[in-house]
Design a protein around this ligand. Structure first.
Ligand code: AHG
Ligand code: MN
Ligand code: MN
Ligand code: MN
Length: 334
């Protein structure tokens, strides 16, 4: 039974037996993500300070230049997972290829791969707006004891065993699912502990917020243009409110709490939109469905798309069930 003020550590232990494959490995993996989140959070919080001082960059005790935050976050998550000998492979938005992890004593015995967007919304760092991290976890499909291959990463989203995000916002939160609902934990920065603050999160079935980069309107497919006009029409509970932060994690988080729809459609200049299927769309789709929402490319369920490449992009429509279905209806009409 989930209790308010339960710590994330306590929650992970308590729910371990409900995992599909009950082993300590997934718990240890989520614990590692929790740890990396705290380290990255600390760095994200300092970003404004560095900018205010206006120096070329922070320097560490060895005199090395501070790295850009998305590279920093990428390295931190990879280091944390690698050092703990907890996964057999990692793929990241910031890496050209997947990374195969072989610890000498274990010889490829780990069963999970992690796919990660280490810093989502990185264009928002300089202006002190919320950014995030997105993660997605699968069991490998190739035999234990052998190095991972691309097949371990190109799995349909419906095979995810866990997914979630960290939002470095007014509060820092971890929101994740292991396939039994979505729970949100808020960091108490004074003591460095995440507490269960948002048990069993659910998208309202309907919403009044639409989130899309309307600057690209001219390039959107006719179905999306028509849906945007529908959102703006005066009728019933419309016009809806337009909210777009430009950081998927933050836009998704707000829409899940208040009810809304997020869209990054294809356009005449980017045939598959911008968002990455493996690091962004699949994990958010898993969370959305676990929270009674929906995620689609306009026609198909995101989590049923067979990935063909690591950095594949896909049009993305995600949020409150009735709103996504309405947008799909407009897409079908064209
Ligand atoms: P990232 O910072 O990981 O590259 O992701 C940015 C993504 C996503 O977070 C956001 O919703 C979208 O890009 C914003 O794109 P536009 O600036 O084109 O609207
Ligand atoms: Mn991103
Ligand atoms: Mn990113
Ligand atoms: Mn990026």
């Amino acid at each position: 039974m989930s209790k308010r003020n339960q710590t994330l550590g306590e929650f992970i232990i308590e729910h371990q037996s409900s995992f599909k494959y009950s082993s300590g490995e997934l718990s240890r993996l989520i614990n590692s993500i929790r740890l990396a989140a705290k380290v990255v959070n600390h760095e994200v919080n300092k970003a404004g300070l560095v900018d205010i001082i206006g120096a070329a960059g922070d320097t560490n005790i060895q005199g090395e230049d501070q790295q850009k935050l998305d590279v920093y976050a990428n390295n931190k998550f990879i280091q944390t997972l690698t050092n703990r000998n907890i996964v057999c492979g990692i793929a990241s938005e910031e890496e050209d290829d997947f990374i195969s992890i072989n610890s000498q004593d274990e010889n490829h015995q780990n069963k999970y791969v992690v796919l990660i967007d280490p810093l989502d919304g990185s264009s928002n760092i300089d202006v002190n707006v919320s950014v995030g991290t997105i993660f997605s976890i699968y069991r490998r499909v190739t035999p234990v004891g052998t190095p991972v291959t691309l097949d371990d990463f190109l799995q349909q989203g419906n095979k995810q065993v866990a997914a979630g995000y960290i939002i470095y916002g007014t509060s820092t939160m971890i929101v994740y699912t292991t396939g039994a609902g979505v729970n949100g934990f808020t960091l108490n920065p004074a003591i460095g502990t995440f507490y269960l603050s948002h048990p069993n999160m659910q998208f309202p079935k309907d919403g009044k917020i639409y989130s899309v980069n309307e600057g690209n309107y001219i390039h959107f497919p006719q179905g999306i243009k028509n849906y945007i006009k529908y959102c703006q029409m005066e009728e019933g509970d419309r016009p809806y409110t337009s909210r777009y932060i430009g950081s998927l994690v933050s836009d998704f988080h707000r829409n899940m709490i208040k009810g809304g729809i997020y869209m990054y459609p294809k356009s005449s200049v980017s045939s598959n939109g911008k968002l990455r299927l493996l690091y962004e769309c699949n994990p958010m789709a898993f969370l959305a469905e676990q929270a009674n929402g929906k995620a689609s490319d306009g026609f198909n369920r995101i989590m049923d798309i067979q990935p063909t490449e690591l950095h594949q992009r896909v049009p993305f429509i995600c949020g409150s069930l009735n709103m996504v279905e309405k947008a799909e209806a407009f897409m079908r009409k064209g």
